[in-house]
Design a protein around this ligand. Structure first.
Ligand code: GLA
Length: 799
């Protein structure tokens, strides 16, 4: 199928694209002619997609090129093809393409054009998802941190500066790959407009603006779509775009498409993100999802002609400081983005891969699937010792003076750590230091002595200071982890975001001092900065009383005979960032669950390789070794993952519920209203029994409505109590009730007897008029609750 306007369009896009003209030197007439010959069309037909007029079921494998070492791109695409997929679905991460305002980078790992051309060479179609926001467990959901230098910016809204920057980025992307759309003979069949906007807000005008930018850059013929959840896609669904649904394995597929079918009976159906697994967070259980659920779901979709993209088919790695964080609360993601996907982080085929391949083979039009390419054989690297260390506190860079504390962004720093130093007033009886707020991991020192830490994940803001003389030196070392990539909290400033006070009790009076006159040391995360420090032989240092070597940068070398992939172990280290031969291979943190970092062989050299670790806590032993298999499931946390302390119970006897009710069976949201609004800070939900009569209660999402029927913000919510939480078979603790993810859920331990209750501290006294409850997504709705009671109280319920 040819397009009348193809040649004119190509010429216009080539002329408009200076990047294309300078970078790619094929004679333009030849390019245009070749593309015109191959030009095709992809569109929504009646209940099916049409590729050049023929029905086409999209079987897409989600891969993110920056998460895969470039020399392995081709092999990973071939692995997807050999699975039986026909399309590669990919995000572009704005912040890796424009790390500094107006300085675009589409080279090396960022070579989007090369990646898409590889897809084409492998006869794979491409779905492009250029954001600007992508979520993806990537720093700030792909938005560049420097946007935050404009402190009052409104992200993902009609903010003129935001839109101006998005426009430039979208134009830069189109300059690279605008000529690779199907209308131009390229592999790109569809382009996504924004990403799951329904879980951020309701603003059709903004979404419309992003659509218009894409049309302007990719031409009117480009097929555009929006992806969202079945529960919220109507909020922002634009009439002229294709609508697709995102949901996880195990979900009731018919129910996920029910609303769409009702509104648009002729729309082709596509699950644009079918979650094969899930991502890991520091300090939580390693996530896995059963292969059987994934296979069953894909089989069902294909038997019904439903298109899908398997998110992730191969997850890869959050190199360097690129891992994001989840919210509400603050839950930073680990370095590995293995995702329990069919192709492992290091490109190995897993049992899930082979099972899936068997299923996809059934839908390969009677043809034989392509052969599975060879995978890389990982090697072991002998245990080696680091040889040099540059202690941080004797290697501080030139400082800045500032009366008031400022965020990292205000000092033009995007990543790494920041040290704030000032002097303390006299504290005769000691005091309480309040850091409002430290993003994300602060360590407090007085006159060089370590006092303690404040971990944002646990909402820690206060620390007790010992008595000290006037003028004692206060140091607060703050490490920034990934910026939040989900929900409203993506506007996530780093360093100290507001102020620091010290409070002392003097003769029964509280004396509060807002600390001023700071000296600020910016410790930017770059290998050049670490390398510029003064290093000493490691033997000069011994572990201090806490068993740790100094905070600082550690250097060493290790030898490799024949370079291949390996997994470097950091089990004896504290917390920090690792560089090998100049490649940032990721963050480490002793709490796990990830204890090794994937070290691609393509970035190793035969013979000596250089390694550098910035450990902000200090290692217990400065050694490492390369393992043949990764350690992604070794959690080392002291604090339990559950919310009920040993022996704690809840006594509701004599209390009058503000709401008693019964839920109906089936999937989907249910709302129950109170007769009259009630007030309280603590809300206790008691599940009395289950629809299936079994001893198990589960809730995917839970909201509370205020007196105007609006959803209360769940940002300040804290789980105060939960009688039973299944953290053995997965992360099913009660905070999953309000983690904004419909595919994760709170579940009691199967077999624990009813009733089951949880208590939420709403963060302040609130008027409550109704609750909204979403049971699990599976068609048999495990743990669906029948009878329930709700109590509210100004004070905690616990005894
Ligand atoms: C959503 C987002 C993705 C990713 C997944 C969870 O669907 O669109 O970018 O964050 O959740 O992995």
């Amino acid at each position: 199928m040819k397009h009348k306007s193809t040649i004119a369009l190509i010429s216009a896009s080539i002329l408009a694209s200076s990047a294309f003209a300078t970078t790619y030197s094929l004679p333009m007439a030849m390019v245009a002619a070749e593309q015109a010959v191959n030009a095709g069309k992809f569109e929504a037909g009646n209940s099916t997609f049409l590729l050049n007029g023929e029905p086409f079921v999209v079987k897409a494998a989600e891969l993110h090129y920056p998460r895969i070492p470039k020399p392995y791109w081709d092999q990973r695409i071939k692995l997807c093809k050999a699975l039986g997929m026909n399309t590669i679905c990919l995000y572009t991460f704005w912040n890796s393409h424009e790390p500094v305002e107006d300085q675009f980078d589409f080279s090396g790992q960022n070579d989007l054009r090369e990646f898409i051309k590889l897809c084409k060479e492998n006869d794979m179609k491409v779905i492009l998802r250029p954001g600007p926001y992508v979520c993806a467990e990537w720093e700030m959901g792909g938005l560049p941190w420097w946007l935050l230098k404009k402190k009052d910016i409104k992200l993902r809204e009609n903010d003129s500066y935001f839109l101006e920057r998005v426009d430039k980025f979208q134009k830069a992307v189109a300059d690279q790959v605008g000529d690779l759309t199907i209308a131009n003979g390229g592999p790109i069949i569809m382009v996504q407009v924004e990403n799951e906007y329904g879980s951020y807000g309701q603003d059709k005008e903004y979404v419309g603006n992003i659509r218009d930018m894409l049309r302007k850059n990719f031409g009117d013929e480009v097929t555009l779509f929006q992806c969202d959840w079945s529960s919220n896609f109507q909020l922002n669904g634009l009439d002229d775009l294709i609508w697709t649904m995102n949901f996880g394995t195990g979900a009731n597929i018919d129910q996920q498409f029910a609303k769409l079918k009702e509104l648009r009976p002729e729309s082709p159906l596509m699950c644009s993100e079918f979650w094969s697994g899930w991502f890991d967070k520091w300090g939580a259980n390693h996530e896995t999802r059963p292969a059987a659920d994934m296979i069953e779901g894909i089989d069902e979709m294909l038997s019904k002609g439903i298109s899908f993209s398997l998110y992730m088919t191969h997850g890869g790695t959050n190199w360097g400081h690129w891992a994001g964080a989840n919210s509400p609360g603050y839950a930073p993601d680990v370095t590995s983005y293995d995702y329990d996907a069919p192709i492992s982080e290091s490109g190995q085929t897993t049992p899930k891969y082979w099972d899936l391949r068997k299923t996809l083979a059934k839908y390969y039009e009677g043809k034989k699937l392509p052969a599975v390419p060879k995978t890389i054989k990982p090697i072991a690297v002998n245990k080696f010792k680091f040889t040099e260390v540059a202690p941080l506190f004797t290697n501080l860079p030139v400082s800045k003076k500032d009366e008031n504390i400022k965020t990292m962004e205000e000092y033009n720093q995007g990543f790494g750590s920041i040290l704030y130093r000032t002097s303390l007033p006299e504290l005769k009886n000691g005091g309480v230091l309040s850091v409002n707020d430290a993003h994300d991991f602060a360590q407090v020192f007085v006159d060089g002595k370590y006092i303690g830490k404040l971990d944002r994940r646990n909402g820690e803001k206060e620390i007790t200071l010992p008595s000290c003389k006037k003028g004692s030196q206060l140091d607060i070392l703050v490490e920034a982890m990934g910026r939040i990539n989900f929900g409203r909290a993506i506007k996530d400033f780093k360093g100290i975001t507001n102020n620091v006070t010290v409070q002392e009790d003097r003769d029964g009076h509280k004396f509060v001092c807002d600390l001023k006159n700071w000296e600020v040391f910016n410790l930017e995360d770059t290998p050049e900065f670490y390398d510029s420090m003064e290093f000493f032989p490691i033997e000069k240092f011994t572990a201090s009383e806490n068993g740790r070597l100094p905070i600082g940068v550690y250097k060493g070398t290790f030898n490799v005979g024949k370079p291949s992939d390996t997994f470097l172990s950091f089990e004896s280290w504290g917390k920090g960032l690792v560089y090998v031969n100049g490649h940032g291979i990721g963050r480490i943190w002793e709490i796990g669950p990830q204890q090794t970092l994937y070290m691609p062989g393509c970035w190793l050299k035969k013979g000596e390789n250089e390694i550098m670790v910035f450990d902000i806590v200090g290692p217990r032993e400065a050694v490492s070794e390369g393992l043949k298999t990764p350690l992604l499931d070794n959690l080392q946390v002291q604090k339990p993952l559950t919310h009920r302390l040993e022996g704690e119970t809840l006594d509701l006897s004599g209390l009058k519920p503000v709401l008693t009710g019964e839920f109906t069976s089936g999937n989907g949201w249910q709302e129950k209203k109170l007769d009259m609004p009630a007030s309280g800070r603590y809300l206790c939900f008691e599940a009395v029994d289950a629809i299936d009569g079994k001893d198990n209660a589960a809730i995917a999402e839970f909201y509370v409505l205020d007196e105007n029927g609006e959803r209360l913000s769940r940002e300040p919510w804290i789980v105060d109590y939960a009688d039973s939480e299944d953290v053995k078979s997965g992360n099913r603790s009660a905070d999953k009730l309000f983690d904004l993810q419909e595919s994760t859920y709170w579940s009691t331990i199967p077999g624990d007897a009813f009733p089951h209750s949880f208590v939420i501290d709403l963060g302040g006294n609130k008027k409550i008029s109704a609750i909204q409850y979403l049971p699990r997504m599976e068609s048999d709705v495990p743990g669906a609750i029948k009878n329930f009671r709700v109590f509210v109280s100004p004070t905690p319920f616990k005894k």
